[in-house]
Design a protein around this ligand. Structure first.
Ligand SMILES: Nc1nc2c(ncn2[C@@H]2O[C@H](COP(=O)(O)OP(=O)(O)O)[C@@H](O)[C@H]2O)c(=O)[nH]1
Ligand SMILES: [Mg+2]
Length: 414
């Protein structure tokens, strides 16, 4: 069910509802009907109008539906009232997305993050009526009826809020431990020291396919939302000997639940600390630009709004008329699937990093041959003079290497 409100901007209600349908199917549901309503104002009690609710109840009965999914965020009270009006279990888009994440989570970190997000979402909804209704309709047997009941849903709805709070605290402590390991891994990478490039974009835009095409990483790429939850990192060699670490991570979507963004802070840290973002967009989607705006908003929200980025227009093989959507000058057109345009993309990344190269003049202890070798390998050494137990060097290197050299210097070269 979706509503079109007068004040709606961005993604149109119909497109949003289509996306919701695809999400529901990908979660294992069979969609037996869609309902939409144009509203001036929402009904604060039941979100949609009374007439619409009655109509939906009829439709659900006819189609033997066991679940209603709302495209808009419902307050806990609205969801409860709607369950009563529709005589159906009711969830909203957030809960559906949380459910899909729960299905996709593979690693301990991913599972912890999703469960935290689910519990945070459920916390205000833990009331007696809700529990009662969930029990009544939850066990209907069809796979669609199970959506929103996986993970903590079924078990935790039956415990009281205090125990949920306790569980949340425990999960957060465990997650902290896991995050620490990730932070150490990231630190090691910074020490390496290659710049990090993060793939970002709307879910299903082809980030993982591009990762595989560029690095042969063998990351799972599938035609379904959120197949990637956990970050994968691979080394990528660019023209001009620049090495970078390429990170593939979770995609974004219209109305991504806040509890998820919060819970995935550590995963998204990979994006926040990257030196360059590749914003991968599905150029074959009619909603390409609207989706790019949503991605920009989420990037802003997680503190990566100012990170430099290259815009990668993917799936150009699907553009029958060979026309890209009207585009900004700095975009690179590729087909990750057919490995088209990848040289141009590598070139653009290399140009970005070579423009970022810095001149450094440092005096190093003689025994830091490793750093001199690093500067030679990762940059260009313009001069090196050996003196009394010291080497003074003038080089042009990437920012991470420059940082390493300055850290180890005993004096600035004059
Ligand atoms: N036609 C076409 N399909 C692509 C291209 N890149 C990715 N896909 C498909 O888009 C779907 C989502 O890809 P995936 O890499 O998993 O997207 P992600 O969610 O952004 O990681 C898969 O079915 C891919 O095969 C492309 O360049 N052309
Ligand atoms: Mg992916």
């Amino acid at each position: 069910m979706g509503v079109e409100l007068d004040r709606d901007g961005g993604i149109h209600a119909d497109d949003s509802l289509d996306e919701l349908k695809a999400l529901a199917q990908s979660a294992g549901a069979t969609v037996t009907g869609t309902v939409r309503q144009k509203l001036k104002e929402i009904d604060s009690r039941t979100f949609v109008g009374r007439g619409k609710a009655a109509e939906t109840r009829e439709l659900a009965l006819r189609n033997e539906a066991s679940l209603a999914i709302f495209d808009d965020a419902l307050s806990p009270a609205q969801a409860r009232n709607l369950e009563r009006e529709l005589n159906l279990r009711v969830i909203d888009r957030s809960q559906l997305i949380l459910d899909i994440f729960a299905q996709r989570a593979r690693t301990l970190e991913g599972k912890l993050q999703v469960e935290i997000a689910q519990l945070v979402y459920l916390q205000p909804r833990l009331t007696r009526q809700w529990t009662h209704l969930s029990r009544q309709t939850g066990g209907s047997g069809s796979s669609g009826g199970r959506i929103g009941t996986r993970g903590p849903g079924e078990t935790q709805l039956e415990v009281d809020r205090r125990r949920v709070r306790e569980r949340l605290a425990r999960l957060r402590t465990r997650l902290k431990g896991v995050e620490r390991t990730r932070a150490i891994q990231r630190q090691r990478r910074i020490d390496v020291p290659y710049p990090t490039v993060a793939l970002v974009g709307y879910t299903n835009s082809g980030k993982s396919t591009l990762m595989n095409a560029l690095t042969g990483a063998g990351v799972e790429a599938a035609d379904r939302p959120f197949s990637t939850l956990d970050p994968t990192v691979r080394r990528l060699l660019l023209p001009g000997r620049t090495q970078v670490m390429l990170v593939d991570t979770v995609g974004f979507i219209h109305r991504l639940p806040h509890s998820l963004i919060d819970a995935f802070k550590a995963t998204l840290e990979e994006v926040r600390t990257a030196g360059l973002l590749l914003h991968v967009a599905d150029a074959s989607s009619p909603l390409c630009w609207e989706r790019m705006e949503i991605v920009d908003q989420v990037l802003e929200e997680i503190g990566a709004g100012a990170t430099p980025r290259l815009i990668v227009m993917n799936k150009i093989d699907r553009l029958t008329d060979g026309m890209l959507p009207p585009r900004a000058p700095d975009t690179i057109a590729v087909s990750a699937l057919r490995s088209q345009g990848l040289d141009e993309l590598r070139g653009a990344m290399a140009r970005f990093f070579s423009a970022q190269r810095q001149e450094v003049r440092v005096v190093l202890p003689m025994d830091r041959g490793d750093l001199i070798a690093l500067a030679r390998r990762e940059g260009e050494v313009l001069s090196e003079e050996y003196g009394d137990g010291i080497v003074s060097m003038h080089a042009v290197v990437t920012p991470p290497v420059a940082g390493r050299l300055r850290q180890a210097q005993i004096a600035e070269k004059v």
